[in-house]
Design a protein around this ligand. Structure first.
Ligand code: JBK
Length: 263
């Protein structure tokens, strides 16, 4: 799998030389090339931005360097269009499902915008050569796409076979039951007056599984009620429904609803 990243801050992507992704590059599992967008300018000042038509704050990235850059990594012999991922707060939200979808592609190209974004015609033009996907990490403001690319390359790269040494690390999280993970503990069993929950020391694996499941439900209710609302309650067991009832939820038409709202 190949990644090409275009940015005006190539040093920002130096982290891709470290850890799991850096190692996978060394092993030839992933090819990652980071390119300086300014290398595709033709003027003395290597200009990449200009003021917005129609007025408004800030600057917009000019189309010409982007077209030169994006053309430079097209392979005329490729049997499919590469995917162009454009990090943007106006994109679809990046999820584990999107990471899996992108991990199945041969060639991903990332276009890091800065300032107020990239001239929209670049994305229109690129659609002739690429599958264009504006993607957002979430609803907050970053200064540019670089940090989003770091997150996406890590999330996608670790799904490529061989990149994560122990494939069992991928199994538990892919159980994707739509709940947050349970809390974990290690030695010492007592630390600063805090004890590890006794059941985890019991050796009773049935009780441990039940405890962990309850913890998953409790923290999902507390932290991510949106995930509770998205569950198919019909696929939950009796024990799960009892816990959720105690936490204030009832089942209506296979949906979990707050009990006071149900009445
Ligand atoms: C944001 O991917 N994002 O979420 C993103 C990319 C570029 C700028 C941004 O403000 N949020």
């Amino acid at each position: 799998m190949r990644f090409d990243v275009f940015t005006i801050f190539p040093e920002y992507l130096a982290a891709l030389e470290l850890s799991l992704i850096g190692k996978a590059r060394g092993q030839g599992l992933l090819e990652v090339a980071v390119h300086d967008l300014r290398d595709f300018t033709t003027d003395r000042h290597r200009t990449v931005d200009d003021s917005p038509y129609g007025g408004g704050a800030g600057m917009v990235m000019k189309p010409e360097p982007w077209a030169q850059a994006l053309e430079s990594v097209l392979d005329p012999h490729a049997d499919a269009k590469p995917t162009l991922i454009v990090p943007s707060p106006a994109g679809e939200v990046f999820t584990q499902a999107l990471a899996h979808e992108f991990a199945a592609r041969q060639h991903l190209v990332f276009a890091c915008g800065r300032y107020e974004g990239i001239d929209e015609r670049v994305l229109d033009w690129a659609a002739d050569h690429y599958t264009v996907r504006p993607v957002s990490l979430g609803d907050y403001v970053l200064n540019g796409g670089e940090v989003a690319v770091l997150a996406m390359v890590e999330a996608i790269g670790r799904l490529v076979p061989g990149v994560v040494g122990n494939p069992e690390s991928l199994v538990e999280e892919s159980h994707a039951d739509g709940l947050l993970e349970y809390p974990v503990y290690t030695k010492p069993a007592a630390w600063r007056d805090r004890e590890v929950p006794e059941v985890l020391l019991s050796g009773n694996h049935g009780k441990i599984a039940k405890f962990r499941r309850e913890q998953q439900l409790r923290r999902t209710v507390a932290r991510r009620p949106d995930l509770i609302a998205a569950l198919d309650a019909g696929s939950l067991g009796k024990a799960d429904r009892n816990v959720l009832w105690e936490l204030g939820y009832a089942v209506v038409d296979r949906q979990l609803v707050k009990r006071e709202a149900a009445t």
